[in-house]
Ligand binder design. Structure first.
Ligand code: KG4
Ligand code: ZN
Length: 338
């Protein structure tokens, strides 16, 4: 079964075709990230405009790379929530037009479910149930994936998302956008013990908080500047990266231990972080749990993850008609029985 996946919720315009939810057939990504970097972050209006310009050629290329015609598809999956609403709507409207013209099922996909489904492309044997940390620019969730379309959120950030914290700290340190890879690169030359950064207190056992950590970096930089002794960027990058990754890994591993999870996973843009991957790997080994990590090319936003999840949503009968709308926010467990 061939599913076309379309993604446009942030600054990537992406389309891909996946066979049976597991096998990548084609994968095309156009991105406005270089232009966004000029402004130090995503400007929603620019993202929407670029999506509108790129989407048609991106989908056409996904079809031609796969050597398939629209007729040969079994469904058209699209990110409909959550995301920058103007950006999401470009994908949703394009997918609606395509599904209507080709008389194919239209499959709405939740962006974070898509990030989790990226794991199915990398690990053919992976099946729910498993425990997953989904950490991106907009979300940080610890989720029990009970089956392909049912999810239970055990913990979440109470303020900033992990990716957002990386992006803000990168900006404070003058490292540019996107912040995650830039902080990681600078951290390689630094000492993670150089600066003592706080572990923010949170009430929920599996919740996290990064706003205090981000402010601690900002305060340290401001204080040092006032004293005329600038901080070491590599040392601060390393100290911040270690602290945030340690918090994420510890919370995920605590949830794994409490729930007796046999399989632990990472997903989302922040899952590309090498230190986070190794901290979770160490912890999973100690717990005797299996660890599944997404391939680096599937950590950031892409159409393949939407096509993969689209396959499972279609199997569960989750299709939409032409009244489908995009939503800026929506919980990942939106259709769980309450
Ligand atoms: O999942 P994603 O591509 O888009 C959203 O759905 O938000 O995640 C983007 C986020 C950005 O905040 C970016 O800085 C972060 O993922 N990121 C990383 C790394 N690569 C991307 N964070 C830490 N380490 C990385 N290597
Ligand atoms: Zn994403």
């Amino acid at each position: 079964m061939y599913i076309l996946g379309i993604e446009s919720s942030c600054d990537e315009t992406a389309a891909a075709i996946v066979k049976d939810g597991r096998e990548l057939v084609s994968n095309v990504i156009a991105t406005s990230v270089a232009e966004q970097a000029l402004y130090g972050g995503v400007v929603p209006e620019i993202a929407s405009r670029r999506h509108a310009e790129y989407i048609s050629a991106t989908v056409e290329k996904a079809l031609s790379d796969a050597n398939l015609t629209l007729d040969q598809l079994d469904g058209i999956a699209v990110t409909f929530a959550p995301g920058l609403i103007g950006a999401v709507l470009v994908g949703v409207n394009f997918a609606k037009g395509l599904a209507y013209a080709a008389k194919k099922p239209l499959i709405p996909v939740h962006h974070l479910r898509g990030h989790i489904a990226a794991l199915y492309l990398t690990h053919p044997e992976l099946k729910p149930p498993f425990l997953c940390l989904v950490a991106s620019g907009g979300h940080s969730h610890i989720v029990q994936v009970t089956d392909y379309t049912h999810f239970k959120v055990l913990g979440r950030t109470v303020d900033d998302a992990a990716g957002e914290a990386f992006d803000k700290v990168a900006r404070t340190l003058g490292l540019g956008y996107p912040g995650g890879p830039a902080v990681s690169k600078a951290a390689k030359q630094g000492n993670p013990n150089a600066y003592k950064l706080p572990v923010p207190r949170v009430e929920g056992r599996y919740d996290v908080s990064f706003s205090g950590l981000k402010t601690a970096v900002l305060n340290a930089v401001n204080k040092a500047e006032m004293k005329g002794e600038p901080i070491s960027v590599p040392d601060m990058a390393a100290s911040f990266e270690y602290r945030i990754d340690e918090i994420l890994a510890n919370k995920l591993l605590l949830a794994a231990q409490d729930t007796g999870a046999k399989t632990i996973c990472l997903a989302g843009g922040v899952a590309a972080n090498g230190l986070l991957r190794s901290l979770v790997n160490e912890g999973a080994q100690k717990l005797g749990a299996k660890l599944c990590l997404p391939e680096l090319q599937f950590c950031g936003d892409n159409g393949a993850m939407i096509a993969a999840q689209g396959f499972y949503e279609l199997q569960s009968g989750n299709t939409a008609d032409m009244s489908l709308n995009g939503l800026p926010t929506l919980p990942i467990d939106y259709n769980n029985p309450q």
